[in-house]
Design a protein around this ligand. Structure first.
Ligand code: HEM
Length: 480
């Protein structure tokens, strides 16, 4: 958390030493520089030498397999991620080393299915890792590491994802469904860059759901600058930098510029929404902010609240990028496999006659199978989310993981590990379709409850939304 402070203090000590040697002891600047550098180098060699000795010989994680360089520093993994493809790298590492792989001096990647519940389940003793401090002191419901604060914020958020609210959003989303279908139709069966169009679509939808605003990207066919800011702001996360280094780099003005600009955009949108609150209420226009702002009704200038600012960013990031990726992959597979498109059309046509809504297609087995399969093969949060073992450690089957160890469970790797489907945890998390009793493995189910500290919240699904969107688009297409 304080790496920059340590670095500055160290440099200040060196500078003070040079000046003191020169002014107080009359030593020439060159000699003072030499002496100070020698002492500084000896100090650093001592500190880092002892660190390396510990890491090479005594670190309890040494019994876990993995590339030897990972023992020395977590920076090793960052050096492998020039193509922003951590999930591919993790896949290759797990194929080579097994289910528990050492990926950093204090970091593991685990694909043991039985660990899912222990890591992300509602009763889990595991906490969020220091990764969530990247933007500290700015923290949202998602990035807070305090379970108490997280629970408190979930109570504020809950009405925004009630059944009634979701139904209400559905009618609002329909406008965008129609628009995207119209844009697709304009290509008259020719090639179309769906990555682009689904990004524009999901960002338009999230703008509407978050702030009640239409960014008009589907109309213009152009990326709003915020979408570019979002990609720029997220890019540094791809390198999995140790948190101290990430914080130091983003403190450098031009390197942190993308993140800051995106944050400013979110704060501006929040301020706009607060200003138009009365107008929105009068129009009965519900969006996620309507619910969040209710908790601030006696607060003057709620847009100044750092938690609310961070939550405004959370809505945009959580909802748009993930949904766009899920759509893109689902349609990629459908485009590759016309047989599946036919099956979906046959299934959905009878369900979408006349005035139909999401409830008509909610339980369609093949549709759910297609969505889950796309999420299994291409989970939008592909490398998983980072957690810290409790101080007493964690038993995963017969394997003891020491306390205070950072770990991830990459869904991309797990979804592709056939053996995962045979484990008891996976059997517990299978989705049973009530209509057909056909079971579809859904590794995402337990993983989606990540961060849910209180069991009663597990009934509130923030994630029914993307599947609703997918359902709507699939069914709109098939009913044409
Ligand atoms: C396919 C689409 C989606 C995927 C794969 C996905 C995945 C995830 C994951 C893995 C987390 C946990 C992150 C962590 O613990 O660090 C999360 C949290 C969250 N997601 Fe999603 N998400 C999707 C869509 C959405 C949408 C559409 C919304 C909002 C409308 C949303 C809102 C949230 C929120 C608010 C959180 C934080 C929850 C909390 O901290 O309690 N997500 N999502």
């Amino acid at each position: 958390m304080h790496a920059l402070l340590y670095l500055n203090t160290f440099l200040l000590c060196c500078a003070t030493s040079i000046v003191a040697l020169n002014k107080l002891y009359g030593i020439s600047v060159a000699d003072a520089l030499f002496s100070t550098s020698t002492v500084a180098a000896a100090f650093l060699t001592g500190v880092y030498g002892s660190l390396l000795v510990y890491r090479i010989f005594f670190n309890p994680l040494n019994r876990f397999p993995g590339p030897w360089q990972a023992k020395l520093s977590s920076l090793y993994m960052s050096t492998q991620l020039g193509n922003s493809d951590e999930y591919y790298k993790l896949h290759a590492m797990h194929q080579k080393y097994g289910r528990i792989v050492r990926i950093g001096s204090h970091d593991l990647s685990i694909t043991e299915p039985d660990a899912m519940e222990l890591a992300y389940g509602t009763q889990s003793k595991v906490t969020k890792s220091s990764w969530y401090d990247t933007d500290s002191p700015l923290c949202s419901m998602h990035t807070t590491r305090s379970k108490a604060l997280h629970d408190k914020r979930r109570r504020v958020w809950a009405p925004a994802f009630s059944d009634k609210a979701l139904r209400d959003y559905e009618t609002k989303i329909n406008v965008f469904n129609d628009k995207v279908m119209q844009r697709v139709a304009e290509f008259s069966g020719g090639p179309i860059n769906v990555t682009k169009w689904f990004n524009l679509y999901s960002f338009d939808v999230m703008g509407r759901l978050a702030f009640g605003k239409d960014y008009g990207m589907l109309d213009s066919g152009e990326k709003h600058m915020a979408l570019q800011l979002l990609s720029d702001g997220m890019q540094p996360l791809a390198y999995l930098l140790p948190i101290w280094l990430g914080r130091m780099l983003t403190a450098i003005p031009f390197l942190g510029a993308g993140i800051l600009k995106f944050l400013k955009f979110c704060v501006d949108e929040l301020s706009w929404r607060v200003e138009h609150a009365r107008e929105a209420d009068e129009k009965g226009s519900t969006d996620i902010m309507t619910s969040l702002l209710k908790a601030y009704k006696d607060v003057n200038r709620p847009e100044k609240d750092a938690l609310l600012q961070a939550d405004a960013r959370l809505i945009i990031v959580a909802g748009s990028d993930t949904t766009a990726a899920a759509f893109t992959y689902l349609f990629y597979h459908l485009a590759c496999d016309p047989e599946q498109v036919k099956k979906l059309r046959d299934e959905l046509r009878p369900l979408t006659q006349g005035d139909w809504s999401d409830t008509n297609v909610r339980h369609a087995p093949h549709l759910n199978g297609a969505i889950n399969e796309a999420l299994r093969l291409h989970p939008p949060v592909a490398s998983g989310v980072s957690r810290l073992t409790p101080k007493e450690g964690l038993m995963i089957g017969e394997t003891y993981i020491p306390g205070n160890v950072t770990f991830i469970m990459p869904p991309y790797v797990m979804g592709r590990g056939v053996s995962g489907y045979l484990s008891s945890a996976y059997r517990r998390t299978r989705l049973i379709s009530s209509q057909t009793r056909q079971s579809i493995p859904t590794p995402m189910l337990s993983y989606r409850s990540a961060g849910t500290a209180n069991p009663k919240w597990s009934s509130i699904s923030m994630h029914s939304l993307p599947s609703q969107l997918v359902r709507l688009v699939v069914s709109a297409r098939t009913s044409r």
